[in-house]
Design a binder for this molecule. Structure first.
Ligand SMILES: C[S@@+](CC[C@H](N)C(=O)[O-])C[C@H]1O[C@@H](n2cnc3c(N)ncnc32)[C@H](O)[C@@H]1O
Length: 274
């Protein structure tokens, strides 16, 4: 039995943690499906969850951001964080990290960087203001540090066991599996109007609309948010210009997220078995 993770074992922006319950429920409608292709795998949390519910199915996780490299190097990350904890001593949690402690931490990060691997996403989640991400040493050193470091080690044991890991642009991967019988695509692209600073590249409206082409005549789970208004746009085109909505016949599920009422937004999951 694979260990059950209810969130990504390493920090990851945009992971589908809050959707897991509804996602697992939705999966019941795909009990005849044999292959699940996670086109925008991110942290792999959806791929991991499918294996829990459907150990018999093939699950292909598209690791575009090389998240699995972060998993493989978790021992280095734990060692680095442990040394930073020691440097911090009794520095108050959540509080600003001042000099000379900050300088000593930077020195230790530089040493790790020279040795060849630093997980800057996890490091950002440990030392930068909530939601801020640096991708290299230079960016990291420009920022203010806070003590947000987790008190214990990260554990990633067994997380991607039995999942097939690939690294493709989603269009290439889609074209490989498009005609496989019993295939279901998991489509969770970067959201329009959200901060994707920890992802590899920036998405424009056209890129976002191109993804809708994958919904034609396929079985899918598609994720979006009310902030990107894509479902609203498709409804508008259907009602006013008779353009068939790619979501016709799909089931819609929603989760309200956000820390307070001003920052609240709704995540949307649409799914359809073809
Ligand atoms: C919203 S996240 C997916 C989150 C994932 N479902 C999870 O639970 O962790 C979108 C992902 O798509 C990736 N991505 C961006 N462009 C891509 C492309 N052309 N092909 C495949 N993945 C891409 C981003 O780097 C990011 O990891």
């Amino acid at each position: 039995m694979i260990k059950n993770y209810v969130q990504s074992p390493l920090p990851f922006q945009g992971q589908k943690r809050t959707f897991l319950k509804l996602f697992r429920e939705g999966l019941k409608e795909f009990d005849k499906s044999t292959i699940f292709v996670d086109l925008f795998g991110g942290s792999g949390l959806l791929s991991h969850s499918i294996k829990q519910v459907r150990p018999d199915a093939r699950v292909i996780y598209n690791d575009y951001d090389n998240f699995s490299e972060r998993l493989r190097n978790v021992d280095k990350t734990n060692a680095l964080l442990s040394d930073i904890r020691a440097i911090l001593g009794d520095n108050e949690r959540k509080a600003l990290i001042k000099e000379p402690v900050r300088g000593k931490i930077i020195e230790r990060i530089k040493q790790a960087d020279d040795e060849g691997f630093v997980d800057y996403v996890t490091l950002s989640a440990s030392l930068l203001f909530s939601g801020k991400y640096a991708t290299n040493l230079k960016e990291m050193t420009k920022d203010t540090f806070y003590n947000r470091i987790k008190l214990n080690d990260y554990c990633v044991d067994g997380y991607l066991d039995e999942v097939e890991v690939v690294h493709y642009d989603y269009k290439v991967l889609f074209s490989i599996y498009r005609h496989f019988p019993g295939v279901v695509f998991l489509i969770d692209p970067p959201y329009l109007s959200t901060d994707c600073s920890s992802y590899k590249n920036y998405w424009k409206l056209k890129d976002y609309l191109d993804v809708l082409l994958l919904l034609k005549d396929t079985s899918y789970f598609y994720f979006t948010s009310n902030k990107s208004s894509i479902v609203e746009l498709c409804d508008w085109l259907e009602h006013n210009l008779n353009a068939p909505s790619p979501f016709f016949g799909a089931t819609k599920r929603e989760v309200v997220n956000g820390v307070n009422k001003d920052a609240r937004y709704t995540d949307i999951m649409m799914y359809k078995s073809n």
